[in-house]
Design a protein around this ligand. Sequence first.
Ligand SMILES: [Ca+2]
Ligand SMILES: [Ca+2]
Length: 231
Amino acid sequence: MIASARFALCIVVALAPCAACSLLAEPPDPRSVLADGRVVAADVAVDAPPACLPARTGEVVVNEILARPGGVDLDGDGVANHRDEAVELVFRGDIAGHLQGTHLWVAGQDRGAIADIRCLLPGQRIVLTGSTAGPLTLAEGVLQVRTAKPLDLRDGGAHIELRGVLDTALGQATYGPAVAGQSQVRSPDGEADAALAAHPVIAGVGHSVGGPTPAEPNAGRGGDRQHPPRN
Ligand SMILES: [Ca+2]
Ligand SMILES: [Ca+2]
């Protein structure tokens, strides 16, 4: 009996670490804890493989940059502050692609990876926010994705770059000193080669994060221009 009890104890001791390992191997909690302690459910699970290929070099237009929100409460949490910083992207691939594993670099600083397996369609608009931004209310078909850290977009201007899983530049832009509450946007809207310009201020609103620039030429939804060379 004593021998069998010892044998049973050995089994328990041997199995206990494995149980701990399986707990550690659980996928990361998809919830995001905001700076003020609120917990926001992630838009998608992060432990499933994307059903499309990674976005490729030059396929993402860094279209609009809201580096200095001023009085803009983009996420509607009742406070306008740095957490409302945002970068609007337009996907210019001609087949679906994803941003999972893409890093945002701001002035040479890595602002963390995007964990989002959703497939982007040609011409789709995406709003990139930092980890501490709340969920945005966006038009149908417009996606919000988050980096792993706050964006920390410099008010004085900076070079920003999205680097994909193959460490190539998916898209980039250099913006100048930011005016409070006013973004900088490609003009025409959505054109990768267009210069950034101050967003028009219409009825006191100086950005169009998540939508086309009002009263400006608009490049429309994809497939209407040449694409850059493939990787
Ligand atoms: Ca806010
Ligand atoms: Ca816009």
